[in-house]
Design a protein around this ligand. Structure first.
Ligand SMILES: [Zn+2]
Ligand SMILES: [Zn+2]
Ligand SMILES: [Zn+2]
Ligand SMILES: [Zn+2]
Ligand SMILES: [Zn+2]
Ligand SMILES: [Zn+2]
Length: 300
């Protein structure tokens, strides 16, 4: 096989194609005395085949060894090609392509751990799946010893005792994969019983709430004052409709009225007090300081 025509950005003339595989004849070799040329790999294949080293064009014995055609090689190397690695956007003449390929981001390099070749720019992605990478157990995390990714499946199925209960949220049970279904069955039964009890309890609560509402209604019907309308506010006489009086005006009027009433009461009280005859304070003092009558003289 020569070099695929799809690698070239332009179509190459007929004489630069290998007449055996029809690819571009690269590297091109002269195979017979008549200077018929083909790609090196086709020449190698022909020598091993049943034609026993005859040129397919002229049936003459093939040269041994075949010789590279420098003229054709240089002619082909001047043509523009794409990079050999998929995804790379590099384009340049065939002569420069090997140099580019050595540092191409899309070149394939073997993984240091598993030896599988991967694209140089995709090393992060490869490490996420590399079978030789040492990783944490997805069930146990740090509780389990670190394992190679390729050993993880066996660890999880046969050895890991850190499988978590999946049926009841918050269940802390950790067990092996083999014991997990048995635990989950028990755990689910327990959860179902709790749910049933909770349901029964909420039913009872509803009944109690209904009874309480009925009792309240009965109590209200026995006590008419509970539903009496609030006492009406006594608006000052001669006021316009209740809502048209501003609160400020109303308060001022009420205050004035209260002051007048207090003043009137005070005046009445003073008048009443003055009308009453009072005992003379002087007499009262004299009466108070008068000496007590001496005791009766003893009989002789
Ligand atoms: Zn060929
Ligand atoms: Zn020939
Ligand atoms: Zn490239
Ligand atoms: Zn790897
Ligand atoms: Zn584990
Ligand atoms: Zn559980």
């Amino acid at each position: 096989m020569g070099l695929g025509v799809e690698r070239f950005t332009t179509q190459l003339p007929e004489h630069l194609h290998c007449f055996v595989c029809l690819d571009v004849s690269y590297p091109p070799v002269i195979v017979c005395a008549l200077e018929h040329q083909m790609c090196e790999s086709c020449a190698t294949e022909l020598r091993k085949s049943s034609s026993k080293g005859k040129c397919p064009m002229c049936a003459q014995t093939m040269l041994d060894p075949v010789r590279t055609s420098g003229v054709l090689k240089r002619a082909i190397e001047d043509y523009e090609v794409t990079c050999r690695y998929t995804g790379c956007k590099w384009v340049g003449c065939l002569l420069d392509e090997p140099t580019h390929a050595k540092s191409c981001d899309f070149r394939e390099i073997p993984c240091a751990l598993c030896k599988t070749p991967y694209q140089h720019s995709r090393s992060v992605q490869h490490m996420l799946v590399c079978p030789e990478e040492v990783v944490l157990c997805p069930q146990g995390g740090k509780r389990c010893a670190r394992k190679k990714r390729c050993e993880l499946e066996k660890h999880l199925s046969d050895f890991c005792g850190q499988w978590q209960c999946r049926v009841v949220q918050g269940c802390d049970t950790r067990t092996s994969l083999a014991n997990l279904p048995a635990h989950e069955k028990t755990c689910a039964d327990a959860a179902a019983r709790i749910a049933k009890l909770e349901e029964a309890l909420s039913g009872r609560n509803e009944t109690l709430a209904t009874i309480l509402t009925e009792l309240r209604a009965k109590l209200d019907s026995l006590d008419p004052t509970r539903h009496a309308s609030p006492p009406r506010f006594d608006w000052p006489a001669g006021q316009p409709a209740e809502r048209t009086v501003s609160t400020c005006t109303l308060v001022k009027q009420l205050l004035t009225r209260a002051t007048k009433r207090r003043h009137r009461r005070a005046t009445l009280a003073a008048t009443a007090l003055l009308a009453k005859p009072l005992p003379s304070p002087h007499v009262a003092v004299l009466q108070e300081s008068a000496p007590a009558s001496p005791p009766a003289p003893a009989l002789a």
